[in-house]
Design a protein around this ligand. Structure first.
Ligand code: GCB
Length: 614
């Protein structure tokens, strides 16, 4: 018994400064110091900076560890690592695109930069925030470890123990490892490039002792929109997550000036609240209305822009604000093809959404992992609906409880970051997972967790089609648990030629909205010929023409489509020496930014759908 108590105590006390704090959301809406820019690096394929020559983890004070400051004081000193020009990488950014040595590199790279903190105030708290690091990160400040994180596409933060920070010359080191592992998410096999590095923004956030770590603000899901509009009375619900010591009795202020709403919430009312407003303009693709929101607590103010809307299904339809919608979508990878790199900033998001708008789409499937927060924020202001997904992709280890926990962590981080984005209408828990009871239980558990974390959005997962000459059927048992049935469809590319679609009929086992989460064919941009010659733009055009004809014959629950994919993207699985050269060529836009013929076909289809709507 005594031992159990000690073990529990140890678990609770943990390792001061090591445990990851709750995720602090909306970093750009708070006071923070950017740590983006030029960082030094060491490539460390043998992980010499982490393990000694007996392959034992180095202890914290080991001067040969790469988190330690290399000090060559006397000329006889032996130092075997260092951080110096010209060995620098830009943060944010993948490493693969920044120097030739990194192109195919998968392994450990140590990043280092120094920073000053002229206004260091020991009464405040400081947190280091990372938008994303692919895949595993260990963070050290002034030679002490402050935390570690796994998961390549979601944010994390660690509190910096006060005694560690100094006004000048703080020595920050991050060990980044992007090696693939069977027990990670995603696993070893993906159809995308495993770009490594500190791929998103890094910042130091200064906060008072007690602060609002996170908050939720949304239209209450259970109101009838028609009735709310008639009565001009809309209910908004929300919560504040305050990390507060027991003696504090400070109050949280919420203000939405345009709605003439201002209220002080007392300590016991902050975990869940509801209030009514008048004259609310609902967010929609036609009117992506966002309201300025201010949350103040303890002399600290957070600003945000939030839209309010309702998304639900009713029988075979998807309803936005009570009205049936059709999702004119397109799938996107987080890549800028002409630079052969991961997208990393607002300009990149603008480029990608520029294509989306041009296509006349109203929805994007952000595949196959959570994209940069810039993407969902821009989608909010442009009125583009979003499908956001965790990388539970293909054959991850469904048997493992630990893997399930990792998936849940990524899910929670994705939802925590983006739950206030009106644009996000669908959380997806995975893609093309192979049917088995174990996998279905695994996925079901993720769906249940999603609903617990957020019951105001739809939950889905991309399933596969059973192709059959007479009838293509969708009967994956997972369809029973998702809100919409989503399937990836490739008849005419992976089997047969596009004319196979002429007589193809569909049967879906579930009476729910049906969404085609992928469909597509490869074409090398600028390669022209007969339509039955693979890799020509004409072949891809033909595929899209036949697909659209087939869609017009789909069962009446057909509610949207997000073809595969907006632009060509890098993939180590695509090795045709003439047509692919390491690129998946299913983009509607090629690797130089040129539209292929099929772009126009889809654009016209979307125009037609929009016209018929009005
Ligand atoms: C799929 C996958 C996607 C691939 C695509 C393809 O079904 O979901 O990740 O890239 O097919 O091009 O084969």
């Amino acid at each position: 018994m005594k031992n159990i108590v000690i073990i529990i105590l140890l678990l609770v006390i943990n390792y001061p400064g090591q445990a990851q704090e709750g995720l602090i959301t909306n970093i750009n809406g708070r006071e923070s110091k950017s740590l983006n820019g030029s960082w030094n690096y060491i490539i460390d394929p043998y992980e010499t900076g982490f393990y000694d020559y007996r392959y034992k983890e180095r202890n914290e004070n080991d001067g040969e560890a790469y988190w330690s400051r290399p000090q060559e004081e006397k000329k006889e000193d032996r130092i075997e690592h260092g951080y110096e020009e010209p060995y620098t990488l830009q943060v944010p950014g993948d490493w693969n695109s920044q120097a030739d040595v990194f192109k195919y590199y998968e392994g450990t790279v140590w990043y280092q930069r120094s920073f000053d903190l002229d206004d260091l105030d020991k009464n405040e708290r400081y947190f280091l925030y990372f938008g994303a690091v692919n895949y595993e990160a260990h963070v050290y400040l002034n030679e002490k470890k402050i935390g570690s994180h796994k998961g390549g596409f979601t944010p994390f933060n660690f509190e910096v123990p006060k005694e560690l920070l100094q006004k000048e010359d703080n020595f920050l080191v991050v060990k980044v490892d992007n090696k693939r592992h069977p027990e990670e998410i995603p696993t070893v096999n993906t159809d995308w490039w495993n770009f490594g590095g500190i791929t998103r923004d890094v910042a130091l956030i200064k906060l008072p002792n007690n602060f609002v770590e996170d908050y939720t603000l949304r239209l209450s899901p259970d109101q009838d929109i028609e009735r709310s509009e008639r009565k001009n009375k809309f209910t908004i619900s929300g919560s504040f997550k305050v990390n507060e010591s027991a003696d504090s009795n400070a109050k949280v202020n919420l203000e939405i000036p345009e709605l003439k709403f201002k209220k002080e919430f007392t300590k016991d009312a902050i975990s869940e609240f509801e209030f009514n407003v008048k004259n609310l303009e609902l967010w929609s693709p036609e009117n992506p209305k966002l309201y300025d929101v201010k949350i103040s607590y303890n002399n600290h103010t957070i600003s945000d822009k939030i839209g309010f809307r309702k998304i639900e299904t009713s029988g075979k339809d998807i309803l936005l604000n009570g009205e049936k919608i059709f999702l004119r979508g397109i799938s996107i990878h987080e890549e800028i093809p002409q630079d052969v790199r991961r997208a990393k900033n607002k300009e990149d998001a603008k480029q990608l959404f520029g294509y989306v708008k041009d296509l006349n789409a109203n929805m994007v499937r952000l595949a196959h992992y959570p994209h940069n927060e810039n993407m969902t924020r821009l989608a909010d202001s442009l009125g583009i609906m979003v499908w956001s997904e965790i990388p539970v992709y293909w054959t991850i280890d469904f048997e493992s409880e630990k893997v399930l926990e990792k998936a849940k962590t990524q899910l929670q981080e994705m939802i925590t970051r983006d739950k206030n984005r009106a644009s996000v209408i669908i959380w997806s828990v995975g893609n093309e997972t192979p049917v088995s009871e174990t996998r279905t239980n695994f996925m079901k558990s993720l769906i249940e967790r999603t609903r617990k974390l957020d019951n105001t959005r739809l939950v889905s997962a991309a399933l596969e089609v059973g192709y059959n000459r007479e009838k293509n059927y969708v009967d994956d048992p997972l369809g029973e648990f998702t809100d919409i049935v989503s399937v990836n469809e490739y008849l005419g590319w992976y089997g047969d030629l596009p004319h196979a679609k002429e007589n193809s009929n569909w049967e879906v086992a579930y009476d729910k909205p049906l969404f085609i989460s992928e469909t597509g064919a490869g074409a090398k941009g600028g390669f022209y010929g007969e339509k039955n010659e693979r890799w020509t733009e004409e072949f891809q055009q033909w595929y899209y023409e036949e697909t659209i004809k087939m869609m017009k014959r789909m069962p009446d629950n057909y509610s949207g489509i997000s073809p595969w994919i907006l632009t060509d993207f890098r993939s180590p699985r695509r090795n045709h020496p003439k047509y692919q050269e390491g690129w998946n060529r299913k983009g509607l836009i090629d690797d130089k930014g040129n539209k292929k013929k099929a772009f126009n076909i889809l654009q016209k289809y979307y125009e037609e759908i929009e016209k018929n709507k009005s």
